[in-house]
Design a protein around this ligand. Sequence first.
Ligand SMILES: [Zn+2]
Length: 253
Amino acid sequence: MPITWPLDSADSNLNRCRQNSLPVSQSRTIQEECYEANLQLPKFGLVDLTFGNVSVVDRASGVFGIKPSGVDYLKLKPEDVVLIDLEGKQVSGTLRPSSDTPTHRRLFQAFSGIRSVVHTHSRNAVSFAQARKPIPCLGTTHADYFYGEVPVTRPMTGAEIQSAYEWETGNVIVERFGNLDPEQVCAVLVSGHGPFAWGPSGAKAVENAHALEIVAEMAWKALQLNPTVKPISQALLDKHFLRKHGPGAYYGQ
Ligand SMILES: [Zn+2]
């Protein structure tokens, strides 16, 4: 039985939420935030067909919402957003969650400071992922969002691909961030696959995925014009990233 919308008139759904210790108001918030963030993907031109998904976690209840698998963005409704707990159990919704759900769950587990994960097959970022090259920081547009190059994972092994593929995709990302701060570099390229980005809200994570696509296109063109171009200086990187992020930030309102 699908969750009705709004939740407050449906006793059976209220009970289902109580059984899972998830406050109804939070459930609504996660589903709405996740729904709105998913709708931003086609608006920003970040998805072809249905290749893309956004998830949003509520840390207090340990539950995240994610786009259902294979549902057209134009037909998506807030109540279609599937709720999953951080152990992987589906706690509400009748639709199947995105097949990438285990990757999102792995990132929520490993990166405790993030609230939303975005996966797309946006074309310029995918081009770097397929070339198995990181996106170097060639300018201040990049430095405003990412503190250094956007890394690429190692290729996955046959055993990883044949076992719990989506979970292992999360593991190779976590492995790549062994000496990186996911709050300073809020995106990654999965080798031979595509980008994942994240952030403190659904809207911000989608903005980061959008920025990633823009800087991937800029870097690709800059490398065509000058194949030996070097990344910008540490001083310029520091100036642009740190004026927008961290304790000394002063950019914006
Ligand atoms: Zn994918």
